[in-house]
Write a protein that binds this ligand. Structure first.
Ligand code: NA7
Length: 567
């Protein structure tokens, strides 16, 4: 292992005047949190991360179920801030499996000497803004406290597992597992009668991987998805060499492209081509890697009903060809949503798994689950006896973790009250009434290759902290008008295609959750544009103040109009 690259500034030491334990307290040591710890430390702040897991990785720590892997190309998901890091690490596959990713993240943490900044096995139970002191008081689940100038929640969007309220769920006497909370100890499924509930990205990854070893596998599907092949393969030594040679170009594309992928956009609309050409192009798409089915497909795929329907019909034909039993094939073909309305899962051997006589598909729309019993799952069709139930039932997306952290801002206002009708943010990084609190990679982060977008936000947060410090301020809070405008932009953009209206992107998978779009419908270009405007206008969309000696002095409160409407 190579020696860490030199830090450009001291790793510790308070950057501001008032007494705090740490300048920057980061919550979460996943992909975003690790990068935030690195950037904050390099900028000269003292920093500590609080991580609930016993290891780093966040999503890639908790989702350790068999078959969990990237849907984004490994080298495009990886960190790009260090060419040395990129050169040292050899990804085995174009789409790495969870253990490889977890190894990589551990390597990064050790390579840059970040582990000493991370406290593991600790969960934040409350975080309260202390107005007179201008700092955050954070309480952990063991009762200990931390006082921090800045609080950065890098708690992820898919980090709170969701269990549906199925009657009797906890009565089951066998083993109950959630894909998003998979144990670190070995799970033996060999020869067991197993159920998987849910056929989103997680369900469709685990199903083909465990199908051979179990005694029986019953798949409980409520809604089928438009699954297409991941088309994974090992990275050859020649490809590896090429990737390293192309690093700077690749970094440039990934740091600037709309979706944060390398995939080339197509230049034709679906009906520019003849029927034969379109079939041939769809065949090419079917054989293309991961998200290129979205990002390199026909330009009108997500905007033209007929174009989308043609692609869906192509997929449906594939499913009918792959699945031997026509009834099962029919159940696996979606009838209630277009391709791209929901996050499309990518698969390896998923449809083929249903040709395995041990695998059966239960259509919950026809035969809903009545209850879970001590011994299995009972539907309108009767009881299936089971040894293991795997809940692949998703997450409380976007706001789930933030709403569970007991966050209170100015005047004791609870974040859950401020966001009672859904998140309101500026740039998906700050919300008014909560000074010095940031949440990169949280709600209103853009849709695409997550580490790229989250990295953009971490970069902005870090630049902002430096700006605050170097201009002699110690408090920063977004102007309510700026967050209203940004949120209005997000909501308005979500009214139009291609987003659909029913998916975890809108929170509709969680009973009682306000229906609000939880990504940034303006995408990465909007984020870049607005960040540039913030910097050009001297942070006019924010209120900057100095709270030393207990008195809060507003030193800059330029009207948001100076920053203009986020556009
Ligand atoms: P998803 O994509 O939210 O999928 C959850 C699945 O669980 C989905 O098929 C749901 O069906 C199903 N579900 C949810 N509640 C129920 C109940 N009550 N009964 C039966 N089935 C249910 O989560 P994943 O973990 O698969 O993927 C999350 C992200 O991780 C993914 O997008 C990638 O970014 C990686 P529904 O469609 O709601 O009818």
């Amino acid at each position: 292992m190579a020696a860490p690259e030199p830090a450009s500034a001291p790793a510790t030491g308070p950057a501001t005047g008032n007494a705090v334990d740490v300048d920057v307290l980061v919550v979460g040591a996943g992909v975003t949190g690790i990068y935030q710890v690195y950037r904050a430390r390099e900028a000269g702040f003292s920093v500590e991360a609080i991580e609930a897991g016993s290891g780093v990785g966040g999503t890639w720590f908790w989702n350790r179920y068999p078959g969990a892997r990237f849907d984004s190309e490994s080298y495009t998901y990886a960190y790009l801030f260090s060419k040395q890091l990129f050169d040292e690490w050899t990804w085995e596959e174009h789409f790495a499996e969870q253990p490889e990713t977890e190894r990589y993240l551990n390597h990064v943490v050790d390579r840059f000497d970040l582990r000493r900044h991370i406290r593991f096995g600790a969960r934040v139970v409350s975080a309260t803004y202390d107005e007179p002191a201008g700092s955050w008081l954070v309480v952990l689940d063991d009762g200990t406290e931390r006082r921090a100038r800045f609080l950065v929640a890098a708690t992820g969007v898919l980090s709170v597992p969701f269990y549906p309220a199925v009657p009797g769920r906890t009565d089951f006497q066998g083993e109950s597992l959630h894909t998003g909370q998979w144990p670190t100890t070995p799970v033996d499924l060999a020869g067991k009668r197993v159920a998987v509930i849910g056929t989103g990205s997680s369900g469709v990854q685990i199903i083909p991987v465990i199908a051979d070893e179990v005694a029986s596998l019953t798949v409980y599907q409520r809604t089928s998805n438009w699954c297409t092949p991941l088309n994974n393969s090992p990275i050859t030594p020649e490809e590896q060499e090429q990737l390293r040679a192309d690093f700077e170009t690749m970094r440039e594309i990934l740091n600037t492209s709309v979706a944060g992928f390398l995939h080339e956009p197509h230049d034709r609309a679906a009906f520019d081509d003849s029927d034969e050409e379109r079939q041939a192009f769809f065949e090419h798409m079917w054989r293309s890697p991961g998200f290129s089915k979205l990002s390199s497909n026909y330009t009108d795929l997500l905007f033209d009903e007929a174009a989308n329907a043609a692609w869906c019909e192509f997929i449906a034909d594939k499913v009918r060809g792959l699945v031997h039993d026509p009834e099962t094939a029919a159940k696996l073909i979606p009838t209630d949503h277009r391709f791209g309305e929901k996050r499309p899962p990518f698969v390896t051997g998923y449809y083929e798994a249903f040709n395995n006589p041990k695998v059966s598909l239960v259509d919950l729309k026809a035969t809903p689950i009545l209850r879970v019993t001590e011994t299995g799952i009972e539907t309108a069709d009767g009881l299936v006896e089971l040894d293991v139930i795997i809940w692949a039932t998703g997450f409380d997306f976007g706001t789930g973790a933030l709403n569970r952290m007991g966050i209170r801002g100015r005047g004791g206002m609870a974040l859950t009250d401020h966001w009672a009708e859904g998140p309101i943010t500026f740039l998906g990084v700050q919300t008014s009434g909560f000074p010095n609190f940031f949440f990169p990679g949280g709600p209103h982060a853009a849709a695409g290759n997550n580490p790229r977008y989250n990295g953009d936000q971490v970069d902005f947060v870090t630049d902002t902290l430096v700006y605050v410090r170097d201009h002699g301020f110690d408090t920063i809070e977004v102007d309510p008008e700026a967050e209203e405008r940004w949120t209005a932009m997000v909501d308005k953009g979500a009214e139009t295609a291609p987003f659909g209206t029913k998916s975890y992107f809108f929170g509709t998978n969680i009973p009682g959750k306000p229906k609000k779009y939880l990504l940034n419908s303006g995408g990465r270009p909007k984020l870049f544009k607005e960040i540039a405007r913030v910097k050009d206008t001297g942070y006019s969309a924010f209120r900057l103040s100095s709270s030393s000696n207990g008195a809060s002095t507003v030193a800059s409160a330029a009207p948001v109009a100076a920053g203009g409407e986020p556009g």
